[in-house]
Design a protein around this ligand. Structure first.
Ligand code: ADP
Ligand code: MG
Length: 224
């Protein structure tokens, strides 16, 4: 899917406490692009990711997917769109502690009353090297393994677009590097669009298109 962002702004509060979290962002993303976004804490990274993925409401501006404005649809259509087209990876993994790795991965499908595609399940769990850990609880897995389970969960509904908000922020440098390497491989092998927020410039440089954000203003810095 092609994503078009026009004049996207988000303002919190008013008067003295007004914060312009996102300031007139314009951006086009083609199907299959890999983007990284770097910026200091509080610069608007998460706000941007949430607005791109339909998790928040913009103050002004639009986000269209293949020409369709996601903020001019009803709630049911928007949540179906999010479940089917978008995978989200968080810094905190957000796995359910009482479910096994396998149950966590297929959870999004159960919510949609769908059965997992067994061949695809096998493919992604092997790619992520967690196929030997599927009956473990999150507490029995390392941080890197937990994040790889969370990546499989983000992929299970075969979304077109993966958003990752500082996916290695809770990992040590070695397992963070491994997780990123796998995420990049998956992007390459499965042909998804990947939009990645990171504090780590080594990771940012893996992306074809690199952006920085400061005080809500987004700029592309990719060397041409
Ligand atoms: P980042 O992810 O880059 O650390 P955020 O997008 O979370 O930054 O936040 C951008 C700015 O918006 C910050 O100044 C933050 O304090 C402010 N902000 C974020 N969410 C809210 C909210 N719900 N209410 C008020 N201000 C917010
Ligand atoms: Mg953030």
């Amino acid at each position: 899917m092609n994503i078009e962002v026009k004049n996207l702004s988000k303002v919190y509060g008013s008067g003295e406490s007004k914060v312009i979290a996102l300031d007139k962002v314009n951006l086009g993303i083609a199907s299959g692009d890999c983007l990284s976004i770097m910026g200091p804490s509080g610069s608007g990274k998460s706000t941007l990711l949430h607005l791109l993925s339909g998790l928040d409401q913009p103050t002004t501006g639009s986000v269209t997917y293949d020409g369709k404005d996601i903020y001019h649809t009803n709630d049911r259509e928007l949540s179906a769109f999010r479940r089917q087209k978008i995978g989200f990876i968080f810094q905190q993994f957000n796995l359910l502690p009482v479910l096994t790795a396998k149950e966590n991965i297929i959870m999004p499908l159960l919510l949609d009353k769908k059965q997992p595609d067994q061949a695809y399940f096998k493919q992604i769990t092997e790619l992520l090297e967690i196929d030997g850990r599927l009956s473990h609880l999150p507490s029995e897995l390392s941080g890197g393994q937990q994040q790889r389970v969370a990546i499989a969960r983000a992929l299970i509904a075969k979304p077109d677009i993966i958003f990752a908000d500082e996916p290695t922020g809770n990992l040590d440098s070695k397992s963070g590097g491994e997780v990123m390497g796998l995420l990049h491989d998956i992007w390459h092998k499965l042909g998804k669009t990947l939009i990645l927020i990171t504090h780590d410039s080594r990771i940012a440089h893996m992306a074809d298109r690199q952006f920085v954000i400061a005080d809500g203003v987004l700029s592309e810095v990719t060397a041409k």
